[in-house]
Write a protein that binds this ligand. Structure first.
Ligand code: GMT
Length: 376
């Protein structure tokens, strides 16, 4: 099948999922065309089955805001026609579903019919999409997609609660390539570069936005390091980083906290981590938690959104109420202080990740595409 994928190419869950999906589909024989404003960060392999089409928005002094949706929908029309694309899959409703719908309509005028699948990822529904400035357009785009998927049951529920949706929303969870980690491809898992042998390594990975509650991450670590010799790896970049660094200075734990910035080597960092922290305000799925779990890193998270569908309480880690730093710290310490418990939780975290293996999930998308093609 010839599939066009629209996504955000930057660091962030929805772009990662879209890219990994495209790569997996290409390995299964499909021809995948990524249409976005920059080469997606995880799209390192270019093969005859993978193409990248860059959306350019020419600058013009009259424009206060560059009309990206317009450029994207025009690009989609050209790519779909020129390459005989059979299906359009847009990730993140804003503005991709809206632009995709416009492309579909323009193509219809030319006698070309193409089904559109929209995957909802989280903030396009819970934080941004819900804003009155966007809501009518998001509702319209969802209702006018041929098929709609969400990455968790929780996000499906949130969408149905907040929007007047007339569409069925199918849950297709995010996924991970379990075999890649079983093969232990990282021969350079050099823990000793990051910490002393008697120190535990605690990790947090995110885009450092308010929703991630970065202050809680630091405060949980502050409690942990009072009881257990440990270091904190802060991976990512975003608006809350400066505040976090300030708090680290105030708490006088600068020598134990490393801000690593954005990294393409998350796998390598997770491979030597002992515990992962994700105390988010809301999280539709929590792909970062799954990426930790597949490498046998237990997760201490909040119990919000789709996190309970991924992180299993008292098995792959612990979940507590948003903002309950005390309970999260206690649970973290209980795992880290007890070597046997740590080994057991590490094993269980790996086990819980199996359910989300790429080989179980990608066929769900393929099945949906087939349905969409029949309907078109
Ligand atoms: O919040 C982020 O980290 C980025 C955001 C995105 O769209 O890139 O992530 C959302 O989509 C991910 C992939 O489906 C989910 O794993 C994240 O939980 C979700 N973020 C939120 O709901 C806050």
């Amino acid at each position: 099948m010839k599939i066009a994928i629209v996504c955000y190419p930057t660091f962030g869950g929805s772009g990662v999922v879209a890219t990994e999906l495209g790569l997996a589909l290409s390995r299964r024989g499909h021809e995948v065309h990524f249409v976005t404003y920059k080469q997606p960060v995880r799209l390192e392999t270019i093969s005859s089955h993978i193409r990248f089409h860059e959306v350019n928005v020419p600058e013009y002094p009259l424009f206060h805001y560059q009309p990206y949706e317009l450029a994207l929908s025009s690009k989609l029309v050209n790519v779909i026609k020129n390459y005989g694309i059979e299906l359009l899959h847009v990730h993140y409703a804003i503005p991709h579903a809206y632009a995709g719908y416009m492309a579909k309509k323009m193509l219809e005028e030319e006698g070309v019919s193409i089904p559109m699948v929209t995957t909802l990822h989280g903030t396009d529904i819970t934080l941004v999409g819900n804003h009155p400035f966007y809501k009518p357009a998001v509702t319209f785009s969802i209702n006018n997609s041929d098929f709609v998927t969400s990455v968790s049951n929780s996000l499906r529920e949130d969408t149905l609660k907040s929007f007047e949706v007339r569409k069925n929303i199918e849950v297709i969870p995010n996924f991970i390539d379990v075999t890649k980690f079983q093969k232990k491809t990282f021969t350079d898992c050099q823990r000793e570069l990051m910490a002393h042998s008697d120190e535990k390594i605690i990790t947090h990975v995110s885009n450092f936005r308010k929703v991630k509650r970065i202050e809680d991450v630091i405060r949980i670590f502050f409690e942990i390091q009072k009881k257990v010799k440990a270091r904190l790896m802060m991976v990512g970049e975003g608006p809350e980083r400066e505040l976090a660094e300030k708090l680290v200075r105030k708490l006088e734990i600068r020598d134990r906290v490393l801000f690593l910035g954005q990294s393409n080597e998350i796998d390598k960092i997770l491979c030597f981590s002992d515990l992962f922290l994700l105390p988010s305000e809301t999280e539709s799925f929590g792909l970062a938690a799954l990426e930790a779990m597949v490498q046998s890193v237990p997760v201490i998270s909040s119990n919000t959104g789709g996190l309970p569908e991924v992180n299993i309480h008292a098995f792959s880690g612990f979940l507590h109420d948003v903002g309950d730093v005390e309970s999260m710290s206690k649970s973290a310490i209980s795992i880290l202080e007890d070597p046997e418990k740590l080994v057991q939780f590490k094993k269980q975290a790996g086990e819980a990740a199996q359910k989300f293996d790429i080989n179980n999930i990608v066929p769900m998308y393929e099945e949906l595409y087939q349905k969409a093609l029949i309907k078109a």
